[in-house]
Design a protein around this ligand. Structure first.
Ligand code: TRP
Length: 358
């Protein structure tokens, strides 16, 4: 075991391709804020991942790194407790990625369902870069560099975490003499260097967006690029406007028409965000019976969302106009992250018998 921490470690991150929205909140961010006392937390801004699909927009990536750092701080990630850092500031990650890449069969990488989905959803066709495939390996290194126990993510990331587990098992078997029949939880006890991490999926696996179904009748995931998101940084008026124009039940013209609750974003959002479950259950009945209008239910949702976002808005004020404070937090985060990742790299080099220091 490389480290003996007082608390178990947690690592996760985001690819800076925009600001964070409510989908990020329920998928993972909410968990992270809660787990800060129980775990030693590392939150990574995966800026090199962002280059896989937008290498031509470095300025946007830079802006998004800063936006997300502010989103983290506003959401309640406390820089006194947790480490926030930028991937490219930690060179040991690249070193580890090249060592780990030897342990991943290429056809295995090509079968990764998340990579396949992304190629389809982002219309990458045959033209995706070599680096696009490499990013999954980089993610393995992002994670294992910190030897965390848990990795909170959205469910679309599970294939990458499975690959992380496979690499750690293989590494420990090949270089640390761990018996392949060892239980995942016992790898470190059995002499392994790298933990077999546990994924932690948020309470909502995939939050839908504000728009109606696509041409195939599917409600799509909340995402900046689909223009169907409520951002953590949206002000009260923007939230109100977005909710007022959100998709509900298209068959319902008048408040007296019976309404459908299933797959209706209005009710999906109430289910996810409204803490007053008695109100939700009761009002759904009224809605089904045509005894309450959309507008009343939307107004309630606006209140619920603004209650959630208000403390986030208040904390944001401290940071958003003070870039130097944010940069300082990121610098301090990088220092700590480098210390940990360098320790892992040194131990990995030793395990693969390529330690040649004096
Ligand atoms: N690929 C992740 C995403 O797009 C972000 C990410 C990069 C990440 N490195 C990570 C998540 C390490 C967890 C752990 O959401």
């Amino acid at each position: 075991m490389i480290y003996k921490a007082e608390k178990p470690r947690l690592l996760t991150g985001d690819t800076p391709t925009g600001k964070l929205h409510l989908g990020h909140w329920v998928g993972s961010l909410e968990n992270r804020v809660k787990l800060q006392d129980k775990y030693e937390c590392y939150f990574l801004l995966a800026n090199i991942h962002a280059f896989t699909t937008r290498a031509d927009r470095p300025g946007d990536i830079r802006q998004s790194v800063l936006d997300i750092a502010v989103d983290y701080l506003a959401a309640g990630i406390d820089p006194q407790k947790s480490v926030i850092f930028i991937e490219s500031e930690v060179s040991a990650i690249y070193n580890l990625a090249s060592i780990f890449s030897m342990l991943i069969p290429f056809p295995r990488l090509m079968r990764n369902p998340t990579l396949k989905d992304e190629i389809r959803d982002k219309n990458l066709g045959e033209n995706y870069s070599f680096g696009f495939m490499l990013y999954a390996v980089l993610q393995v290194a992002d994670i294992l560099a910190f030897c965390p126990e848990v990795v909170p993510v959205g469910e679309d990331q599970l294939p990458h975490l499975e690959m992380t587990r496979e690499v750690a098992r293989r590494f420990n078997q090949m270089y640390c003499g761990v018996d392949p029949h060892t239980e995942d939880a016992d790898y470190l006890k059995a002499g392994g260097l790298l933990p077999i991490i546990q994924p932690l999926v948020g309470r909502v696996e995939r939050l839908i967006g504000l728009n109606g179904p696509n041409s195939e009748g599917r409600l799509l995931k909340m995402s900046k690029s689909l223009d169907n998101a409520i951002f953590l940084s949206d002000g009260p008026d923007v939230v109100a406007k977005k909710v007022m124009s959100m998709y509900t039940d298209p068959k319902r013209i008048h408040a007296t028409d019976p309404g459908t609750v299933e797959n209706n974003p209005l009710w999906v959002f109430h289910d996810v965000f409204n803490p007053d479950t008695a109100w939700v259950t009761h009002t759904k009945e009224l809605y089904r019976a045509g005894q309450i209008g959309d507008v009343t239910c939307k107004k309630k949702l606006i209140e619920v969302l603004n209650d959630l976002l208000e403390p986030i808005r208040r904390r944001r004020i401290d940071y958003q106009n003070d870039l130097s404070q944010v940069l300082q937090i990121l610098k301090k985060g990088a220092d700590k992250a480098n210390e940990v990742a360098e320790t892992t790299l040194a131990a990995v080099k030793k395990a693969i018998r390529q330690d040649f220091g004096a």
